[in-house]
Each structure stands twice: as structure tokens, then as C-alpha cells.
Design a protein around this ligand. Structure first.
Ligand code: ATP
Ligand code: MG
Length: 209
């Protein structure tokens, strides 16, 4: 007897330049803690917040994301941002996911604590917080209390915004793509910081040297 069940979809957006164990642990933990049905990894096209440096081409970042997630039956990768022209805005992605999955779905946008603190600098933050729930993973070096301070001042607004953000504790993982890129450049190991297939793909193509 079928009552239509709401599908709970976790969305993990990022530059994934490259994808690393921190991203994967965070996604798996969100799946478990919030009983999600699947995680959709969405590599960004042209990242609006990262214009300061050249990032690897979207196709290579997409391939590394596929390699890293291939063995997990609940992980999938979307091409929607890399195929959308112009800068990637989360609000456009959330709207497209709404269209794609329809009314019988809940979207949980998973971000690191650093990224959630940037929410209010994103395009249309109020609309974004209305369209999706947010899961903020605490990450070493980031104070989630700063999130509340950065929320709108008026108490009214505060109540409208804060309940849409869920906090998730993850094992301390001080892994970042920035550190991985400098390790490759300096000839230091990245073994276990990224999946083996990703490390081999980086070496084969001479990325980050
Ligand atoms: P960069 O160093 O280039 O900024 P990054 O490691 O932060 O890269 P992104 O692709 O920018 O990786 O991040 C995608 C998402 O994953 C963001 O929401 C970010 O906050 C989160 N994230 C990144 N690293 C970790 C980590 N070690 N643990 C938990 N979340 C992380
Ligand atoms: Mg980052």
C-alpha cells in the first residue's frame, strides 16, 4: 500500500579542484545523520567566488568527482552546473533541482561551515533559504556561532532563517583542495587525502604541477 514517500536528496556543491576525502566523509555522514536517500555531487562551472585563481577545467573536475564517487551506490554526480553558461549560482541549481525532482522531494544543501558563512553574500540568500534546507558541517577552524551573528538582525527574520540550517558534527578533517594542490606542486604525498583513482588521474595528467 503506497503512500508516496518524500525523497530526501543531499546536494554537495563545490569546485572539487580536486575532490578529496573531506568531501566524501561529509557526504557519507550527512546521508547517515539526516537519513537521506542519495547525495548528488554538483561540480561548479565557472566559480563566482574563486575568480582570484585559475581553476582546472570543469570537465576534468567532473571526471575526478565521478571517479571518487563511482563505487558508492548512493552517490551521483550532476553535470548541470558545468553545462550552464556563465558563473554558477546555487539558487539556479536549487531551482533546477526542484524542477527535476518535483514536489515529493526535500533538498538538503550540504556545505562546510566556511561556505555556510558565505551564504548571505550569495545571490538571493533569502530565496535560497526558502527553497532548500542547509546542512552545515563543522570543520576545524570555523566557528559556527559566527553564522548566527551573520544572520539578519531583526528577530523576525532570524526565526525565518535559522531553522533552515542544520548543524552536523563531522570528524575533524583538515583536508582542503588548496592544501592538496600545494602538496602536488611541492612533491609531497596526497595518498589517502584523495581516493586512489583521483590521485592516479592527477598524476597521469600532470595536474597542479
Ligand atoms: P579550496 O581549498 O579550493 O577552497 P575546498 O577543499 O574548500 O577547496 P570546495 O570544492 O571549495 O573544497 O568545497 C566544496 C564544499 O565542501 C564546501 O561546502 C566546503 O565547505 C566543503 N568542504 C571542503 N573541505 C571540507 C572538509 N575537509 N570537511 C568538510 N567539508 C569540506
Ligand atoms: Mg573552499
Amino acid at each position: 500500500m503506497g503512500r508516496l514517500r518524500i525523497k530526501r536528496i543531499g546536494v554537495m556543491g563545490g569546485t572539487f579542484d580536486p575532490i578529496h576525502t573531506g568531501h566524501l566523509v561529509t557526504a557519507e555522514e550527512a546521508l547517515h545523520q539526516f537519513k537521506l536517500d542519495e547525495i548528488l555531487f554538483v561540480p561548479s562551472g565557472h566559480p563566482p567566488h574563486k575568480e582570484d585563481r585559475e581553476s582546472l577545467d570543469p570537465e576534468s573536475r567532473y571526471i575526478m568527482t565521478v571517479i571518487a564517487t563511482a563505487t558508492n551506490p548512493r552517490f551521483r554526480v550532476s553535470r548541470m552546473e558545468i553545462e550552464r553558461p556563465g558563473p554558477s549560482y546555487t539558487i539556479d541549481t536549487v531551482k533546477e533541482l526542484r524542477r527535476l525532482y518535483g514536489a515529493n522531494s526535500e533538498i538538503y544543501f550540504i556545505t562546510g561551515a566556511d561556505a555556510i558563512l558565505e551564504i548571505l553574500t550569495w545571490k538571493e540568500p533569502e530565496k535560497l533559504l526558502r527553497e532548500a534546507m542547509f546542512i552545515a558541517a563543522t570543520r576545524p577552524g570555523y566557528e559556527l556561532r559566527r553564522l548566527e551573528e551573520s544572520l539578519p538582525q531583526e528577530e523576525k527574520e532570524r526565526h525565518a532563517v535559522a531553522p533552515r540550517v542544520l548543524v552536523m558534527e563531522i570528524p575533524a578533517l583538515a583536508i582542503s583542495s588548496t592544501d592538496i594542490r600545494s602538496r602536488v606542486r611541492e612533491g609531497r604525498p596526497i595518498t589517502y587525502l584523495v581516493p586512489q583513482g583521483v590521485r592516479e588521474f592527477i598524476e597521469k595528467n600532470g595536474f597542479y604541477r
